[in-house]
Design a protein around this ligand. Sequence first.
Ligand code: GDP
Ligand code: ZN
Length: 324
Amino acid sequence: MTLTALGWDERRQFEFEPYAVRGCLPGRVVGEHRTHYRVATERSELTAMITGRLRNAAEQRSDLAGVGDFVALRMPQDGGIASVETVLPRSSALIRKAAGERRPQLLAANVDVVMIVMALDGDFNMPRLERYLALVEASGAAAVVVANKADLSDDLESKSRQIRATAPGVPVHAISARASDAVCQLEPYFEDNRTIALIGSSGVGKSTLTNLLLGEALQATQEVRAHDNRGRHTTTHRQLFVRPRGGSIMDTPGMRGLELWDRAASTPPDFGDIEELSRQCRFRNCQHGSEPSCAVRAAVEAGDLTAERLARYAAAARKSLGRR
Ligand code: GDP
Ligand code: ZN
């Protein structure tokens, strides 16, 4: 496999140069296990450990290597186990900020596009979509909404409209993972060997879609998992699949939905953008109602912020005032 197929590019080559001089080998983390990593290199896929020095430096942060990371490997002279010498700078990082966690946890690195999967039949929740969008935006990856199970929906139009209003400017694809043309719409996202991750609640069709996009039945779908609890556990480590027809798919059980978002739901959604705007309001205690020179209302008028989102922000602010 070539480095290019793994998503390596000129910038990475530049950043790797100092390690190349020291005899390191470039690679990408494709599997994360409790005690080791699986790293794909140009030559082969191999097991690598993280060095004590790097671990100590990274312990309190989220920059311990994770799936998707491009790394410099130190190869042992005597045929022993390789070690991760350094993690190259990330173009994006999906980080879990679950309540009660001692440190932020890296779910996936260097993801180019995150497909937020929703199901058009049951799981249709705009506040949740908003939280996913905030997570993706914070990561540095681009967001795409995949509205799945179109075959089960009788009001495709109005639901698509709702999604567009909540996620202005974000591409929306209404598809059915059970129809073979589903892949065609999504295939262009893999161009230039880009890395895609799928997030969304359990049952929306992520595994079905992943299998379609991979072209192989690598991920067990829910039907299988429901009858085989052990199967569930064997697939809980994070993985990156490099596709034979180009690009990669990230499978990150930690952000499959419930595990991440039920906990996140108890923390207020992130309205950092509106809080940022509030600082530009004329009055420090502006309620964004009829006050003059309100930057938040100006953003709504300019179409940079939806009235719905502002209303949700106001509701969340009222609720948090009520709790005090
Ligand atoms: P995951 O938990 O998000 O990975 O969801 P799965 O891929 O396991 O899918 C959950 C269930 O929904 C399975 O029974 C799938 O066969 C089914 N499913 C997935 N996509 C579609 C679709 O587009 N239409 C219909 N009717 N069922 C689907
Ligand atoms: Zn204001």
